[in-house]
Design a protein around this ligand. Structure first.
Ligand SMILES: C[S@@+](CC[C@H](N)C(=O)[O-])C[C@H]1O[C@@H](n2cnc3c(N)ncnc32)[C@H](O)[C@@H]1O
Length: 251
């Protein structure tokens, strides 16, 4: 059943993405070069250079939609975050939208976490990010942490580093996403945002149901993008040690 749902969603997703070159170009027109050109090439599924300098075919599935990317871009333009973080880089679609917004804002450090960037993904996302990452005050505004999100979170928590926007798009199993939310809520600034991708999946919907029912330190921001859930951190986590509200499990 799960596979069937996944297949249907993929087919729908692929259909939605089967756009003409002209319409992709039109959608991305508000982005500055080089981000627009790199994203155009990605959404056209042109083979991309890895860190080995070889061209690699993309799998055609692992990406956020253009609509989602543009939403992230506009959101970052409007909030002007000092620091953003994404869990799950893959080919770097979301990374390029984050970097395009930081370049436009002349503000913002972006961090991506992905343990498989140089292995499974051949360093394609990293190569693209290195090609276009601007420097601000002589410092590159992008860093990749090649590690699992849970281990990385503990390091970040100990260092006391905070992020204004966190995009969760890593391992999509229920417990991994819940752990990502639990840990990265601790490094999100009060007034900052956590965005969860892939609301078509029961695992993500169920995590979101937990947040809605149990995390009063987060309020949800409705959007016109059905595949994401967006929460604003409005305070500290002040739940009692045994507090628990039941929440629906999605099927
Ligand atoms: C759906 S893809 C991300 C797509 C990307 N955000 C984009 O827009 O192109 C999921 C990514 O999560 C990474 N990933 C899997 N488990 C992870 C973990 N435990 N910590 C961090 N990243 C993980 C995978 O290597 C993969 O690159």
């Amino acid at each position: 059943m799960k596979n069937l749902i996944r297949k249907i969603s993929r087919v729908l997703g692929i259909k939605a993405e089967k756009k003409s070159i002209d319409s992709i170009h039109e959608s991305l027109v508000k982005l500055d070069t080089p981000f627009r050109n790199l994203l155009l090439s990605l959404y056209q599924e042109a083979p991309q250079k890895g860190l080995d300098n070889q061209l690699h075919q993309l799998d055609g599935e692992t990406k956020i939609s253009i609509e989602q990317g543009l939403w992230l871009y506009e959101f970052c333009i409007s909030k002007k975050p000092a620091s953003t973080l994404e869990i799950g880089m893959a080919y770097g679609y979301s990374t390029l939208f984050f970097l395009a917004a930081a370049a436009k804002n002349h503000k913002g450090q972006h961090t991506a976490i992905d343990p498989f960037q140089k292995t499974h993904w051949k360093g394609i996302g990293l190569s693209l990010a290195m090609e276009c990452t601007p420097k601000m005050e002589g410092k590159a505004i992008f860093q990749l942490i090649e590690d699992y999100s849970d281990r990385t979170a503990s390091d970040i928590i100990r260092r006391g580093h905070k992020f204004d926007i966190v995009f969760i798009d890593g391992n999509h199993r229920f417990d991994d996403v819940l752990v990502d939310f639990y840990l990265y809520a601790q490094v999100c600034t009060v007034g900052g945002w956590i965005i969860l991708d892939d609301m078509w999946m029961p695992s993500i919907k169920t995590v979101v149901n937990f947040i809605r029912s149990n995390r009063k330190d987060f309020i949800e921001l409705p959007t016109n993008i059905s595949n994401i859930a967006v929460f604003r951190k409005v305070g500290d986590d002040t739940r009692k040690w045994d507090e628990f509200s039941a929440f629906p499990v999605a099927k």
